[in-house]
Design a protein around this ligand. Structure first.
Ligand SMILES: [Zn+2]
Length: 66
């Protein structure tokens, strides 16, 4: 399990990016919303659009996710 966060600020066409804890691209804490603790990036991504939409994976941390 890992903790996932979503950027509260839109990043252009990518929308709100979903990050895993420890991602080097993680925004400042005041621009983060805690999504929850999930086993996979996909599980986190399934609920992220319910919080902020549109949402997308962060390319930096999603590629290393199981
Ligand atoms: Zn990231």
């Amino acid at each position: 399990m890992a903790l996932y966060f979503i950027d509260t600020e839109k990043k252009g066409d990518a929308g709100h990016q979903v990050h895993r804890e420890g991602c080097p691209q993680l925004p400042e804490k005041d621009q983060l919303y805690f999504v929850g603790s999930f086993a996979t990036v996909k599980a986190a991504y399934d609920v992220s659009p319910l919080i902020y939409s549109p949402a997308s994976y962060c390319p930096q941390c999603s590629s290393t996710a199981a």
